[in-house]
Design a protein around this ligand. Structure first.
Ligand code: SAM
Length: 237
């Protein structure tokens, strides 16, 4: 099983360094080179990011707060966190993604004319289960979709070991209606189906968080036509 897991992780990494990189950098971008489905996903994903930013803003200044953003993609969350003064370590299994996130951070800094955070963010190519260190907050948005259920426990255990206070994760929820939708989606093969997508039961994710010593304190759900994401904030007990 471990070997299958390794192969699958290699496939995810290759995808997000090649065709997946091209697809997702457009979806997570601002240009109009996206189709209707991709635009819908862009809108839904941005809502998830905005919900996280609202949560962190409600808690006060991020100045000097350390954050690890695991599976940062193009930096949709890591960049606004860094621009709010957080000390950000962003990483992604895809070097192309981590590089794009860094490029967008430099661009955003120029565009806002804002002050760079006291500590410059780091963008690294790394599997999230290899991230070292300790952080006030660990975030991991829409990455679990690449994890089969039997690897979720290990993933959450590792992310939890990095978090001194808070863990923010989002995942595609496994409910009957979303399982049916996913099945229908699979009947229409397309370039987007280059990796498998896994839905997760909220109870399973929550149980893993509890086992790791965390308690869920906030929940949100974002659903557009083609984007579904359950968002949880958990704090160390
Ligand atoms: N978190 C970002 C966001 O919300 O904008 C990106 C989400 S994107 C759907 C999933 C990302 O997870 C991809 O950039 C992919 O390369 C990354 N990823 C998948 N498996 C990973 C792993 N094991 N470790 C680190 N990153 C991973």
């Amino acid at each position: 099983a471990a070997e299958t897991g390794g192969d699958e992780m290699e496939a995810v990494k290759n995808y997000f360094n090649t065709a997946g990189f091209e697809r997702w950098r457009k979806i997570y971008g601002e240009t109009d080179e996206v189709n209707k489905v991709q635009m819908d996903i862009r809108t839904g994903h941005q809502q998830t990011v905005d919900k996280v930013l609202k949560w962190v803003d409600e808690e006060g200044s991020l100045e000097g707060v350390t954050v690890a953003d695991a599976g940062c993609g193009t930096g949709s969350l890591a960049i606004p966190l860094a621009l709010r003064g957080a000390t950000v370590c962003a990483s992604d299994i895809s070097a192309a993604m981590a590089g794009e996130a860094e490029r967008r951070f430099q661009e955003a800094l120029k565009a806002t004319g804002g002050r760079p955070p006291k500590v410059a963010p780091k963008f690294e190519a790394m599997d999230l289960e290899s991230i070292p260190g300790k952080y006030d907050t660990v975030t991991c948005l829409d990455v679990m979709i690449h994890y089969p259920q039997d690897r979720v426990d290990g993933m959450i255990t590792h992310l939890a070991s990095l978090a001194n206070n808070r863990l923010i994760v989002s995942f595609a929820p496994k409910t009957l209606s979303y399982s049916i939708l996913k099945r229908i989606g699979e009947l229409f093969p397309g370039p987007s189906k280059a990796t498998r997508a896994y839905l997760h039961r909220e109870e399973d994710v929550e149980a893993a968080l509890v086992r790791a010593g965390f308690k869920v304190t906030k929940r949100e759900m974002t659903a557009t036509n083609f984007y579904f994401s359950r968002l949880l904030e958990a704090v160390r007990q």
